[in-house]
Design a protein around this ligand. Structure first.
Ligand code: SF4
Length: 208
């Protein structure tokens, strides 16, 4: 989760000098998902397409390494940071080891982020590559699928290099972003980030 002070302190962009945001490509409608779709439609992210004060840099790490459509993959034995540090692996639903390709894709994403000077990243949560707050712990197709708190491999790569990340489910953070992009935006003060939802608190047994 990105601290809100960072979002509040983001500069006010203009069409001539737009905010530079890296975004999971599927969140903008690009059909790079494992099944050749855009993984559903998220209005909170699609809204970002409306702003002239924003330049979106779109990238799909899994498509970069494995194409689309492709198998579904998940992290086994830890989270994205553990994968980068050699303590966990990325396996597909049929057991193929995609660890190396996922790390290469994360390095490409970081290279693009640094080259473009991105000021924030908006990543698709729960993905083994792009997840920022919640990912699966092992195979999501298992009978008793389990979630864990943590980032996917590409998001972990961004975070450990100092790039701030929010997800399409961090509605309170997105409100702070919308008002930067359009100062006439009326902030929804009841919006919550993913870690503030009842589902998250109940699932991870976090004290209310
Ligand atoms: S790897 Fe990221 S950008 Fe690509 S389909 Fe999955 S969530 Fe979307």
């Amino acid at each position: 989760m990105t601290d809100r002070e960072y979002l509040k302190d983001l500069r006010v962009p203009t069409p001539d000098d737009p905010l530079r945001i890296l975004i999971s490509a599927c969140l903008t409608g690009i059909t790079c998902g494992y099944d050749g779709t855009a993984n559903g439609s998220y209005p909170s992210a699609l809204k970002l397409l409306e702003y002239s004060t924003l330049r979106l840099i779109r990238f799909c790490p899994e498509e970069y390494s494995f194409g689309a459509p492709r198998e579904m993959c998940d992290i086994h034995g830890g989270n994205g940071m553990d994968v980068l540090e050699g303590r966990a692996r990325v396996l597909t639903e049929t057991g193929a080891d995609w660890t190396e390709g996922m790390i290469k894709a994360s390095e490409k994403m970081l290279e693009i982020a640094l080259r473009e000077g991105v000021e924030l990243a908006v990543m698709m949560d729960v993905s083994a590559a792009c997840g920022s707050q919640v990912i699966y712990n092992g195979n999501r197709f298992a009978e008793n699928k389990v979630y864990q708190v943590g980032a996917g491999v590409s998001t972990a790569q961004l975070l450990r290099n100092g790039i701030k990340v929010i997800s399409q489910r961090d509605y309170a953070s997105l409100e702070l972003l919308y008002v930067k992009l359009d100062t006439s935006h009326s902030i929804n003060t009841t919006a919550k980030d993913h870690h503030e939802t009842e589902w998250y608190k109940n699932y991870f047994n976090i004290q209310q």
